[in-house]
Design a protein around this ligand. Structure first.
Ligand SMILES: Nc1ncnc2c1ncn2[C@@H]1O[C@H](COP(=O)(O)OP(=O)(O)OP(=O)(O)O)[C@@H](O)[C@H]1O
Ligand SMILES: [Mg+2]
Length: 327
């Protein structure tokens, strides 16, 4: 029994199909108590479907989910007492004030009025919403709405929290603030599962990460395990569209390992045990083929590379001021 008490959430081979769409195609994961678990994946990967299943909002077609040792389908009422959910789209009533929202949710949890007031006050302070506490939520900015929504998920004092893309659309400073809050929540002993499309976020917050794509877990580990799973340097090449096919041919003559091509930027990545040597060989070979690279770089593997290698897509970046797209 001692072993299971350390596990907060256990998911075994869950499947959820919507007609032809395999939203979840056999997902398994385990979240240990007091940890932050990150589900990382591109659009449509199945992240929200996992979260909604854990939060008892949808039932899997097959497989098993237990939270605190209880089956979520059989014991949904007890499970709901243990969990809090902040969904992907902040579910905030426009016409209620921040304080009213928190009070209402607290009352839904049957928290006595006096205690509800206390919790609302405390949360408004923690979420830096005191000044806006008595304004209707329709006057809130996007970041304020997300904080209020997170507050609503905390009113019931859940041990386990599910946050679906908690920082999407937030500016870098607000994102950092929310990261701070998330770390505090875990330091207080809570368990968290969050989804994100940002690698930096998974890297910064999560003890363990699963990359999911097309309803399947394609890779799991700690951030550093994921990075070292590639083990080798990455040489990245970008050429003009008209040179792309020829550049790929050149690359294939140089390396036995399969190059990966980013779907969007079309940049070609090659893994090599000695990146610098590969870079020189590549430059020479491209020169012979009369191809001029528009960009060429060698770097140590990053979580980005893992993501690209397993999903074929580049992850979203936290807002940066990159040069505008090439013509
Ligand atoms: N109720 C539904 N009916 C039909 N298809 C659905 C339904 N819910 C989800 N899907 C499909 O299941 C797949 C996974 O969706 P999900 O919302 O879990 O992805 P996600 O990883 O959260 O994506 P995003 O990053 O865009 O939020 C998608 O192809 C989606 O269209
Ligand atoms: Mg989603």
């Amino acid at each position: 029994m001692k072993n299971t008490s350390e596990v907060a959430v256990e998911v075994k081979n869950i499947k959820k199909y919507y007609g032809e769409v395999k939203a979840l195609d056999g997902v398994s994961l385990r979240v240990d108590k007091g940890k932050i678990y990150g589900l990382l994946g591109p659009n449509g990967a199945g992240k929200t479907t996992v979260v909604r299943t854990l939060a008892t909002l949808i039932e899997p077609d097959s497989g098993e989910v237990t939270i605190g040792g209880l089956d979520v389908v059989e014991h949904s009422t007890q499970v709901r007492r243990m969990i809090g959910l902040a969904g992907q789209f902040a579910a905030v009533d426009d016409y209620l004030t921040g304080r009213e929202t928190l009070m209402m949710v607290a009352r839904l949890y049957h928290v006595p009025k006096k205690e509800a007031k206390k919790r609302a006050d405390e949360l408004l302070r923690r979420l830096s919403l005191q000044d806006a506490a008595d304004r209707p939520a329709k006057t809130y900015s996007g970041g304020m709405r997300r904080r209020l929504d997170l507050g609503a998920s905390l009113v019931g004092k859940p041990e386990i929290l599910f946050l679906d893309e908690p920082t999407t659309g937030l500016d870098p400073r607000t994102r950092q603030e929310l990261w701070g809050l998330i770390r505090e929540l875990v330091a207080e002993g809570r368990t968290l599962l969050l989804t994100t499309q940002y690698l930096e976020e998974a890297d910064a917050l999560c003890d363990y990460i699963s990359i999911i794509d097309r309803g399947k877990v394609v890779k799991s580990g700690t951030a550093s395990q994921l990075k070292s799973s590639l083990g080798r340097d990455v040489v990245e090449l970008q050429v003009k569209d008209e040179d792309h096919e020829n550049a790929l041919k050149v690359v294939r003559t140089l390396t036995k390992s399969k190059p990966t091509v980013d779907e969007v930027t079309k940049s070609i990545s090659i893994r090599a045990s000695k990146g610098a040597e590969m870079l020189i060989k590549l430059v020479n070979a491209l020169d012979k083929a009369k191809i001029k690279p528009t960009d060429l770089a060698v770097h140590r593997p990053s979580l980005d590379d893992v993501f690209l290698a397993v999903t074929g897509k580049k992850p979203k970046r936290v807002a940066t001021k990159k040069k505008k797209g090439k013509k």
